[in-house]
Design a protein around this ligand. Structure first.
Ligand SMILES: Cc1ncc(COP(=O)(O)O)c(C=O)c1O
Length: 378
């Protein structure tokens, strides 16, 4: 075998010994599993109005965008979606990207000038970590949700441009960032605040407008919001929202906007319909919150270590990576899909099951799924 392939095999063996093998498993269109693994918080991915809007745009525009918007043109579907997103989140403008990952890479790179300091939370998502790295800026990683450490990092770089980088609902443990206090500290030091609202948009805040809106920071001139369109909005793509000048800067200089084929118009049209349903989805958010509280109560009563039900993400600590893998496989065998998070997908050495609450799953199936988890994770 060629040397480089043998080297890859050795690395796979090491991962297997550490219980960190990752395997694809099949998903059928007519599957009957109860979904506590995906991020379709409001059940909109399969909503008939969403899929019908996407189908109409699909026959009008075809499968793909066929190029970047600067090269191939910018459709009504993109503009209507961006206007709806900016209006909902409460920012001047919004720009959509082909994924949330690329939105974060693009936003961070565009925020960096010579001598910029990035101050990044230790639990930030991989796309924010990679965005900091790719930006080339000096990055200080502060302990999780530690506002004093952020203040200290900013105070140690007087006169330098700086950006504080955080998620609003953290993607592994589902806890909330202290956004109002982070913003106060950032403003005191003349720094910007970038918030990834991926797990909050549609789930928290007034009319589901997200964590930034919930903290009363929507439209602040020193706040930039990023998010994905693939979670509560049930589609795909990412967004950056903020002042009009920043969005213009992204259109003209953002590498992950310019050198990337645009979000397919059909997806933009489907997500636009999902925005309207999410805004009006107070009943779905109430159901989601009630289920999150129920899940935590049931699993904690069974002796499991569970995170708080702050939003729609709940993490259940496993004794190790092998146990997490076995628990997730047992759940799957019994018709329940859960997330299995092991290092390096976790911010520490703890392996977990990650449950994401989907308000669209029938209530009896959801309650049965909790019983299955209690039985497989003693
Ligand atoms: C916090 C966070 N940011 C960004 C992303 C990336 O979004 P996308 O899947 O649209 O690339 C994800 C998850 O997928 C996420 O959880």
């Amino acid at each position: 075998m060629a040397d480089w392939l043998a080297a890859l095999d050795r690395r796979a063996d090491l991962r297997a010994k550490a219980g960190l093998t990752r395997r694809l498993h099949p998903r059928a269109a007519d599957e009957t599993v109860t979904d506590l693994a995906g991020n379709d918080y409001l059940g909109l991915a399969t909503h008939p109005e969403v899929t019908a809007a996407a189908a109409r745009a699909l026959s009008a525009y075809g499968l793909g965008a066929t190029g970047s918007r600067l090269v191939r043109g910018s459709t009504d579907a993109h503009h209507a979606l961006e206007d709806a997103l900016a209006d909902w989140i409460g920012t001047d403008r919004a720009l959509v990207f082909s994924s949330g990952y690329l939105a974060n890479l693009g936003a961070l790179r565009a925020l960096v000038q010579p001598r910029t300091l990035l101050v990044s939370d230790a639990h930030n998502h991989a796309s924010l970590i990679d965005g900091c790295r790719i930006s080339g800026a000096e990055t200080v990683v502060t302990p999780h949700a530690d506002v004093t450490a952020v203040a200290d990092a900013l105070a140690a770089a007087p006169g330098r441009p700086a950006v504080v980088v955080t998620e609003s609902v953290f993607s592994v443990d589902g806890d909330l960032a202290p956004l109002a206090r982070l913003h106060a500290v950032a403003r005191r030091h003349g720094a910007l605040l970038l918030v990834d609202d991926a797990h909050a948009l549609g789930v928290t805040g007034p009319a589901g407008a997200g964590g930034v809106a919930a903290a009363g920071l929507a439209g602040e001139p020193d706040v930039v919001v990023t998010a994905t369109l693939s979670k509560a909005l049930g589609g795909a793509g990412g967004l950056v929202a903020g002042p009009a000048e920043f969005v213009r800067h992204l259109v003209e200089t953002g590498r992950t906007f310019i050198f990337d084929t645009a979000l397919p118009p059909a997806v933009a049209a489907g997500v636009h319909t999902a925005v309207g349903l999410a805004r009006a989805g107070e009943h779905l958010r109430a159901e989601l919150a009630e289920r999150a509280a129920l899940a935590v109560a049931r699993l904690a009563a069974a002796g499991l270590t569970v995170s708080a039900p702050d939003a729609g993400v709940i993490s259940v600590t496993a004794p190790g990576p092998e146990a997490a893998t076995a628990w997730a496989a047992d759940c799957r065998d019994r018709g329940v899909a859960v997330g299995c998070f092991r290092p390096p997908s976790t911010p520490d050495t703890r392996s977990r099951l990650r449950l994401t609450i989907n308000a669209g799953v029938p209530r009896t199936d959801f309650e049965r799924a909790l019983e299955v988890i209690v039985e497989v994770a003693p």
